[in-house]
Design a protein around this ligand. Structure first.
Ligand SMILES: *[C@@H]1O[C@H](CO)[C@@H](O)[C@H](O)[C@H]1NC(C)=O
Ligand SMILES: *[C@@H]1O[C@H](CO)[C@@H](O)[C@H](O)[C@H]1NC(C)=O
Ligand SMILES: *[C@@H]1O[C@H](CO)[C@@H](O)[C@H](O)[C@H]1NC(C)=O
Ligand SMILES: *[C@@H]1O[C@H](CO)[C@@H](O)[C@H](O)[C@H]1NC(C)=O
Ligand SMILES: *[C@@H]1O[C@H](CO)[C@@H](O)[C@H](O)[C@H]1NC(C)=O
Ligand SMILES: *[C@@H]1O[C@H](CO)[C@@H](O)[C@H](O)[C@H]1NC(C)=O
Length: 373
């Protein structure tokens, strides 16, 4: 009852505002508040955009055995099943949010997903793989197309209202930090870690500001996981594959510290800007190092791939290397392939992000609150 009356007060106050602007529609009073979901980022969030671009299979997962557990067929998601965005959409009572490039899809009532596997923020990959994926800037361009279309369909005020009630989820940076350890990056080599992280978070900040300008207020920004502990990074050190790559982990942690500061600063600059920026680094680090504590059997080796720890990105046999191994029971595994977690891990993290206890000191809230404000 309390929630519903609070909501009614909100709607009435909102209608009063709109009336001043010359447009409040009676029906909204009786409707449950609707927050659409707009998604930006990399393979953690890509639900199939890369299926529709001219790219290399290195950046795709639209072949067996990806998608097998939940969907029973490949969808483009780089995992055995659903991604966090799918699970979060379910929590928010939304259907799965389709990829922007899905042919024929243009109904943005529930939002849309712009994420692209391999995408980065600061162009470490763009230097090497220019044009192969939708980088963050390109994703922002697509968002602006959507915004234009919404204004055309709904009118200026209604489109702005719709966009300001929506939630924006962003996962970006892991490719910027991993790429320099796979391929030469002059950008990485000519800058300190601090400078490099500053570029990634700086470019992310610019994108957030651009979304804000179009009406976006509610942001969920994923923190960085211990990137150095993925099977692919473990095998990167010849002769010593048993430990995580500490330099990459150090950068991941630095990213989280810098991002937390940048977002807090942004909150001081942008009126009504609200965000959820959980730091799951320690939680994921614990899953990797103590898998049995969390119901897994294997935290180091991937379910699918080849080489030590199945750390070679050969899952599916379509990326140059045709031979690969596939585990019998993915339920036991933390990692599905050399760089990506299993749906089971995404379920745990999504649940935590949705409903974790707010951390007052870090001033971040959970996603449930973000959807409800
Ligand atoms: C796709 O990319 C390849 C390699 O970059 C290129 O040779 C080819 O012309 C492209 N095809 C289309 C349809 O753009
Ligand atoms: C768009 O999708 C929403 C929600 O599924 C639906 O209510 C609406 O009718 C659709 N609009 C059009 C133009 O198809
Ligand atoms: C964004 O990244 C590029 C490198 O691709 C860098 O030159 C630029 O300075 C960055 N922008 C910000 C605001 O940090
Ligand atoms: C990186 O550059 C060096 C020389 O500048 C070259 O020897 C090496 O093969 C390159 N490595 C990759 C992965 O491209
Ligand atoms: C592997 O590397 C870690 C540090 O990254 C080091 O502590 C350990 O001694 C090394 N093990 C071997 C067998 O070289
Ligand atoms: C997979 O493993 C889980 C837990 O280890 C177990 O409950 C389940 O029965 C296994 N499934 C198969 C098909 O072996």
């Amino acid at each position: 009852m309390a929630t519903s009356s609070r909501f009614q007060v909100y709607v009435l106050a909102f209608c009063a505002t709109l009336l001043i602007q010359g447009g409040c529609y009676g029906h909204s009073v009786h409707q449950r508040k609707h927050a659409a979901l707009f998604i930006f980022g990399d393979s953690l969030f890509d639900v199939g955009n890369n299926n529709y671009i001219n790219t290399s299979t290195n950046f795709q997962a639209n072949f067996f055995p990806y998608g097998e557990t939940f969907f029973g067929h490949p969808t483009g998601r780089v995992s055995d099943g659903r991604l966090m965005t799918d699970i979060i959409a379910e929590y928010a009572n939304l259907p799965m949010i389709p990829p922007y490039l899905q042919p024929g899809f243009d109904n943005y009532t529930n939002g849309v997903n712009f994420a692209s596997a391999g995408a980065g923020a600061a162009g470490a990959l763009a230097e090497t793989f220019q044009g192969f994926v939708l980088d963050l800037k390109t994703q922002l361009g697509y968002f602006k197309n959507v915004e234009k279309q919404l204004r055309h369909r709904l009118g200026e005020a209604e489109a702005h209202r719709f966009l300001s009630e929506a939630v924006y989820l962003i996962s970006i940076g892991s490719n910027d930090y991993i790429a320099p350890f796979i391929t030469n990056s002059s950008l990485f080599e000519s800058h300190s870690h601090e400078e490099y992280v500053g570029m990634v978070t700086g470019n992310l900040t610019n994108v957030i500001k651009e979304i804000y300008k179009k009406g976006g207020r509610k942001f969920g920004i994923a923190g960085m996981e211990p990137l150095g502990c993925t099977p692919g990074m473990r095998t990167d050190k010849p002769g010593n594959t048993s430990t995580c790559k500490e330099e990459v982990n150090a950068i991941s942690k630095l990213h989280n510290r810098v991002l937390a500061k940048v977002l807090l600063k942004l909150k001081g600059q942008l009126q009504d800007f609200i965000y959820s920026n959980p730091n799951f680094y320690n939680y994921l680090n614990d899953i990797v190092h103590n898998p049995s504590k969390h119901g897994f059997k294997e935290g180091k080796m991937a379910c699918c791939g080849s080489g030590p720890y199945r750390g070679i990105m050969s899952c599916g046999g379509k990326r140059g290397v045709t031979e690969y191994q596939l585990c019998d029971n993915v339920t036991d595994y933390v990692f599905f392939d050399s760089g990506h977690a299993t749906e089971r891990v995404y379920q745990k993290v999504s649940k935590l992000w949705w409903s974790h206890t707010p951390d007052v000191t870090a001033r971040y809230i959970n996603l449930k609150e973000l959807f409800e404000v």
